[in-house]
Ligand binder design. Structure first.
Ligand code: GMT
Length: 376
């Protein structure tokens, strides 16, 4: 049994979801898990081995910006000392990797540290001049360092000009939870689609990097060919621009915008295709959530996505921004129920074999032991 501190973002977004799920599974395997964050992680379910420690940033007139980083370092020190942590697992490089490192320099005994890089912490944030040197320092010096795809591990070494190994540990889902429900048992099914219509689904945090406007263009082409609807789930900075594009294309009656949702399993279970047109994507957690629910995926060739989706078997890959190709591939799946079914089943099989919690969580535990023994 280990005592593990998890530092993560608590809000919607892949890194927070992954960290939360990992913490839950580690607790389920008998470890004691301490979440350290500014809010209660939104997907965190109760478990007797899980504890939550909020980071409170006091207001003081002299501070024009609340000093969250300082409060976070202080909280990690406090939890590590009071709870006797064996290891801290920092998710997302900025600011968690450096905060955890500083905290563990202060702690009065040796505590292990693993940093997991999730993607935008390297491609967008860490890469920014304002954060570059601190992020580089943090990833150079974290005793354990993982990335969620081989592509991200390679990119990290290139961007930060480092030689050290970066262990690839893929995202995972619990396939006992993520499985296709009988669509007939989902009451909202006919609200979002009629029996004749095909349903495309998209789930993201609506950041520019997701290129959701490309999806609107693809959907425009699809619905000109076959009866179809589009279900958009999530919220974020490009939501208004996406809504504007939907109006511009006069698609309001065919697009349902649900906003952020806690439980996407029933929604995936009524979908025929998930589309993820991202410009950058370290892994694409939503891809395996969809695949586990037997939904084929059409995504771009960006980042780590080709490590997840097998073109022609579990879905299709297309170049970033290639609307015409994406429309053609979407139609190929939606017009061919046998192909859709086959890809859906292959997708679930691939997730069970490669990206299930049963397979991935032990890899993290093994890595923790390796780091604690000083072998990594
Ligand atoms: O997808 C996002 O923009 C959210 C972001 C995050 O950090 O919360 O997700 C990143 O981490 C996920 C979990 O490891 C990965 O599956 C996503 O691919 C990655 N997002 C990007 O690289 C854009």
């Amino acid at each position: 049994m280990m005592k593990i501190g998890i530092v993560c973002f608590p809000s919607y977004g892949g890194s927070g979801v992954l960290a939360t799920e990992l913490g839950w599974h580690l607790a389920h395997l008998g470890n004691q898990v301490h979440f350290i964050s500014y809010d209660h992680p939104f997907r965190l379910k109760f478990h007797e081995n899980i504890f939550y420690h909020p980071v409170n940033t006091p207001h003081y007139d002299l501070f024009p910006f609340p000093p969250y980083y300082l409060a976070l370092v202080n909280k990690i020190v406090q939890v590590a000392e009071e709870e006797g942590l064996d290891l801290v697992h920092a998710h997302y490089a900025v600011p968690h990797a450096l905060a955890a490192q500083q905290a563990l320099e202060i702690v009065n005994r040796k505590v292990g540290l693993v940093t997991t890089l999730h993607g935008t912490d390297i491609t967008l944030v860490g890469n920014n001049e304002s954060f570059f040197r601190t992020t580089q320092h943090a990833i150079k010096n974290s005793p354990g360092l993982t990335a969620v795809s081989k592509d991200l591990a390679k990119l990290t070494r290139e961007v930060f000009n480092i030689q050290r190994p970066v262990r690839c540990i893929y995202n995972f889902v619990d396939v006992n939870e993520y499985k296709r429900m009988n669509p007939e048992s989902i009451p909202c099914r006919l609200r979002y689609r009629s029996k004749e219509e095909k349903l495309i689904i998209h789930i993201s945090n609506f950041r520019a990097v997701k290129r959701v406007e490309d999806l609107i263009e693809v959907f425009y082409g699809v619905q000109k060919n076959i009866p179809a609807r589009l279900l958009l789930i999530g919220d974020g900075p490009t939501r208004d621009a996406v809504s504007a594009r939907i109006r511009e294309k006069n698609l309001q009656r065919k697009v349902v915008f649900l906003g952020a949702q806690d439980n996407v399993i029933p929604l995936l279970s009524i979908a025929d295709l998930l589309v993820l047109p991202s410009e950058k994507e370290a892994f694409g957690l939503v891809n395996i959530e969809a695949m586990a629910c037997e939904v084929p995926v059409l995504a771009t060739e960006a980042g780590g996505i080709p490590e997840v989706i097998v073109h022609g078997e579990t879905g299709f890959l297309a170049p970033v921004g290639d609307i015409e190709k994406m429309t053609e591939l979407a139609l190929e799946i939606l017009k061919n129920p046998d192909l859709q079914k086959k890809m859906g089943l292959e997708g679930r099989k691939r997730v069970i074999e490669n990206f299930s919690s049963d397979r991935i969580v032990p890899l993290y535990l093994d890595y923790y032991r390796e780091v604690l023994s000083g072998k990594s």
